[in-house]
Structures are given as structure tokens and as C-alpha cells.
Design a protein around this ligand. Structure first.
Ligand code: T4K
Length: 369
């Protein structure tokens, strides 16, 4: 048996020969960044693929979060989830706002809409939910609360590339939505990200903010940052877009095999597809009930690791337990019972487009008893 490590993910890589041709074009043009031809083409191609009207490319998936908050002039308190990658909360902190953690629901691992209202104070200005693992949160319920209290909604949709409900992109919900195109994501541009907005005027403002605030050659309209995507990554992104559907389908097949094998394993829970949702299979989390399974999550995690199966405990520890945030009243574990439990139950199994049948067998052998 091949005992090479099986990693949680593996990047989607474009064809080298095609990429080389594009690199030649970039070299010949001598235009390597600042809204070049490939950048423009990728924005247009992504709008079409993602079914959204306006998109601004970024250099990673963290800076669009920062810029969204800045563009919407968010101040005071922002309600968010503790069950995410730390960048979500950091973006709030970097904007000088106070994150307020609200517990998650077990059915999506996203923020629990029923618990949001109790966290609203006169200082609350926005909600930042996450479509964790690409599983859509209840956007209608969240929008109803936002409308009632006059709050903005910024979706961290880093995991939700291409996710749709009844043919409509989840990226259309709320005031803005962000994406990550990091190497570990379903769709990558090496590093990269994007901000989805609803109108041309807002896109213009975002494009200023990601370019130091420059509006033209001599005018700076706001203290913007530099978070532009360069031409090499935009070209790479164009190529990856051509093969992302095939990659998602391969992931889907892996999910089917995992579900078949795990369906009757006592103490192992996982997500099924949601009706009407086009999923992207970006992650395959399983949740271990130690009592029923007869082994704790960490016992299984380290057993897998010893055998070279490198699942990951996304998202353990909770963001609310990190030193920057743990002193906040909303970070108390009693306030976050579901998130606290789930963070101790989760293992994301390897999930990517180059997992072989033998790889999946090897992974399942360690879990199915
Ligand atoms: N919001 C959410 C909800 C997010 O999940 C993230 C990022 C963001 C915002 C911010 O987006 P970015 O600014 O990152 O675009 C990874 C990623 O670095 C991070 O992008 C991601 N979320 C987070 C969930 O996971 P690590 O530290 O776990 O990655 P790492 O380097 O341990 O890689 C995991 C595995 O992937 C490796 O064991 C092997 C494989 N891999 C990784 C890389 C980088 C490869 O095969 N090739 C590679 O080049 O954070």
C-alpha cells in the first residue's frame, strides 16, 4: 500500500503549457498588475460564472472583509460567529469595531439567526455571518433581523464559491459578500479573493479602496489599502475557472462515497446535501460523538494522523478562545454552547479533486469500525 500522506486538500492547478502561453503574453505586454487585461477578463468571467453583477478582485480573502467593513462605514459592534477562520473576526478588529459572538446552529455550523436579536445593542451596526464549509446559512432570517434593526450584512463567503440555491448565487445576499481564492479553496488563484457588490457605484468605491483610495492620478478619496490582484494570478485564475466544475464533480463523488460508508457508523454525524442547493463540496466535516463512537475526536484525529491521513480540525479552537478575543463578554463558553461542542467534535476529512478510490478506502478504513 502507498503510505504517502493524504492531505486535507490539494490545489487545483492549471495546465502548465497553457499557463506558459499566458505568461508570455504578460511578459510581452510588460503590464503585470494594476487592473491589467487579465484582471479585467477574470472579473468578467467570474461575474458570469458566479451569476453576480459586480465583482472586485483582491490579493487574498481577508482584505475584502476589511474593505467591505470600511466601505460600508461600519462602526461600533459587529455580530459574528466564533466558528470560522480567524480572519473573519480579525477584519472586524482591524476596523476598530468590537466583535460580538453569537452561537451557531448545528444544522449548518453557521450563526444561529434565533440568537442574533438578543445580542443587538444600540451600538450594533452590522452582522457578519459565514457560510461555513460552503453550507448556506438562513439568509432570509438574517436579512429580516437586519432590516428590522437597520443593520448591514456582510457575508464571509470564503467557502461558498459557486454555491447556489434554486439557481441563485448565495453571493447576492446581504450588502456585500467576500470570497477567498486561497490555494486550499475549491477555486484558487494561488492567493486571491474577491468582493461581490450589487451596483456599479459601490464597485467603483471598492476599486478605489483596494488601490490606496486613488480615484484617478492625483486624487485620494479615502485611506485605502493596497490589495490588488496581479496579472499572473488573474491569468492563472482564468485557467482554473475552466476546470473548476470538473473538480467540484470529483469532490461530489468523494462526498457520495464518504456518506455511503459513514451513514451507519454510530457516533459519526455528517452533512447531507440541502434540497435545491448547488453545493461545492469544499469541505467534508464529520462530527464525533465520543460516547456513541467509543473514541474522542482527538483520539481519532491523532490515529488518522499517525497513519498519514491528515484531516484538519476546522474550526477548533473557536476564535472566541484566542487571547485577543477571550476577554469579551460574548466569548464566554456559556454564551456559545453549540459552537463549543461542535469545535470539539469536528474533523474535516480529506476532500479534493485528486483523491483516488484507494485514498478514500484508506481514510474510511480508519473511521469505519
Ligand atoms: N474567511 C474564512 C471563512 C476562511 O476560511 C478564510 C481562509 C478566510 C476568510 C481568509 O481567506 P485568505 O486570506 O486565506 O484567502 C488555511 C488557509 O490558509 C486559509 O485560506 C483558510 N481560510 C483556512 C481555513 O485554511 P491552514 O493554515 O489550515 O492551511 P495549511 O497551509 O495548513 O494547508 C492545509 C493543507 O492544504 C496542507 O496540509 C496541504 C494542502 N496545501 C496547502 C497549501 C497552502 C497544499 O497542498 N498546497 C498548498 O499550497 O489555513
Amino acid at each position: 500500500m502507498d503510505n504517502k500522506n493524504i492531505t486535507v486538500t490539494s490545489p487545483l492547478l492549471p495546465d502548465r503549457a497553457e499557463f506558459d502561453l499566458m505568461l508570455k503574453e504578460i511578459w510581452d505586454s510588460k503590464w503585470i498588475t494594476n487592473n491589467g487585461q487579465f484582471h479585467k477578463r477574470l472579473e468578467a468571467a467570474l461575474c458570469e460564472y458566479l451569476k453576480v453583477p459586480f465583482i472586485s478582485l483582491f490579493t487574498n480573502g481577508t482584505l475584502p472583509l476589511l474593505t467591505a467593513l470600511q466601505a460600508l462605514r461600519i462602526t461600533g459592534e459587529v455580530i459574528t460567529t466564533p466558528y470560522s477562520f480567524v480572519a473573519t473576526t480579525h477584519s472586524i478588529w482591524w476596523n476598530g469595531c468590537k466583535p460580538v459572538f453569537v452561537d451557531i446552529e448545528e444544522s449548518t455550523c453557521g450563526i444561529d439567526p434565533e440568537k442574533i436579536e438578543a445580542a443587538i445593542t444600540p451600538h450594533t451596526t452590522a452582522i457578519m455571518p459565514v457560510h461555513c464549509y460552503g453550507k448556506p446559512v438562513n439568509m432570509e432570517a438574517i436579512q429580516a433581523i437586519a432590516d428590522k434593526y437597520g443593520l448591514k450584512v456582510i457575508y464571509d463567503a470564503a467557502h461558498a464559491f459557486g454555491v447556489e440555491i434554486n439557481g441563485k448565487s448565495v453571493l447576492e445576499a446581504g450588502d456585500m459578500a467576500t470570497l477567498s481564492f486561497h490555494a486550499t479553496k475549491v477555486y484558487n488563484t494561488l492567493e486571491g479573493g474577491a468582493l461581490v457588490v450589487h451596483d456599479e457605484q459601490t464597485k467603483k468605491r471598492i476599486d478605489y479602496l483596494k488601490n490606496f483610495g486613488f480615484a484617478g492620478e492625483t486624487e485620494v478619496v479615502a485611506p485605502g489599502i493596497n490589495s490588488k490582484m496581479d496579472e499572473v494570478r488573474a491569468a492563472y485564475g482564468l485557467l482554473n475557472l475552466k476546470q473548476v466544475d470538473e473538480a467540484i464533480e470529483k469532490r461530489h463523488q468523494v462526498a457520495i462515497r464518504y456518506r455511503e460508508a459513514l451513514r451507519n457508523v454510530k457516533g459519526v454525524r455528517f452533512f447531507d446535501d440541502m434540497p435545491g442547493v448547488r453545493h461545492n463540496y469544499s469541505y467534508f466535516p464529520i462530527f464525533i460523538n465520543a460516547e456513541e463512537y467509543g473514541m474522542t475526536r482527538d483520539e481519532l484525529y491523532f490515529k488518522m494522523k499517525e497513519q498519514g491521513v491528515l484531516g484538519r480540525r476546522y474550526f477548533y479552537p473557536l476564535i472566541s478562545t484566542f487571547s485577543t478575543y477571550r476577554g469579551l463578554p460574548s466569548a464566554a463558553p456559556e454564551n456559545l454552547p453549540v459552537a463549543t461542542r461542535i469545535a470539539n467534535e469536528v474533523i474535516c476529512l480529506p476532500m479534493h479533486h485528486v483523491l483516488s478510490k484507494e485514498d478514500v478506502d484508506r481514510i474510511l478504513e480508519l473511521i469505519v469500525k
